[in-house]
Design a protein around this ligand. Structure first.
Ligand code: IMP
Ligand code: MG
Length: 178
């Protein structure tokens, strides 16, 4: 890592190991069932691709393109939803795959969107959860990877102004403000 604004937080090897563990738990939970994985674009796509290849289940994938931002005058988080074709999930087992949980607004939005379509079951899998963020509030994280301090991180799908998504590790970015 030769970018001085980055500090390694989770190595590629740690991620590989964690993804395998999560896949094992998911495989055990849905053994013999068909599962729809709903990935929240764009950040979760790297995690989804690694996770789905470890699952060994009958799966379908679907995408929600959400982007969240803080309102300019209020601290309330708003979520913007860009409409994409979406699989029919009524009566099916659905697992939302998210890269990172901070305020929880994105996960809540995705959860409500899926819940409206009456799936048979609806659970969540989040690779990175920020300490002191939305932990413990609805919707809960059923399959959780790492817990990190509430710092801004990039890599493994996570970006800062669309940069750094390709990094195979997760690193803290020192100066995210413009
Ligand atoms: P939340 O809605 O506040 O929980 O944030 C969720 C979304 O914001 C994630 O899916 C990411 O797209 C983005 N996000 C939150 N924290 C970070 C971060 O530290 N780095 C990059 N993106 C983040
Ligand atoms: Mg995300």
């Amino acid at each position: 890592m030769n970018d001085p604004s980055l500090t390694l937080l989770i190595s590629a090897e740690e991620i590989r190991k964690k993804v395998r563990e999560l896949a094992q738990s998911i495989r055990n939970a849905y053994r013999g069932e068909e599962l729809v994985l709903v990935s929240v674009l764009k950040g979760s796509v790297v995690f989804l691709v690694d996770l789905m290849r470890e699952l060994d289940l009958d799966i379908e994938i679907g995408f929600l393109y959400l982007s969240s931002y803080l309102g300019e005058t209020t601290p309330q988080t708003r979520v913007q939803h860009y409409i994409l074709p979406f699989p029919k999930i009524e009566g099916r087992h659905v697992l939302i795959v998210e890269d990172i949980l901070d305020t929880g607004a994105s996960l809540l939005y995705a959860w409500q969107h899926c819940a409206e379509m009456k799936p048979q079951s609806l659970k969540t899998c989040v690779l990175v959860v920020k300490e002191g963020g939305a932990v413990g509030i609805f919707p809960r994280v059923d399959f959780q990877g790492f817990v990190i301090p509430r710092v801004f991180v990039v890599g493994y799908g996570l970006d800062f102004h669309e940069k750094y998504r390709h990094l195979p590790y997760v690193a803290r970015l020192e100066t995210p403000s413009e």
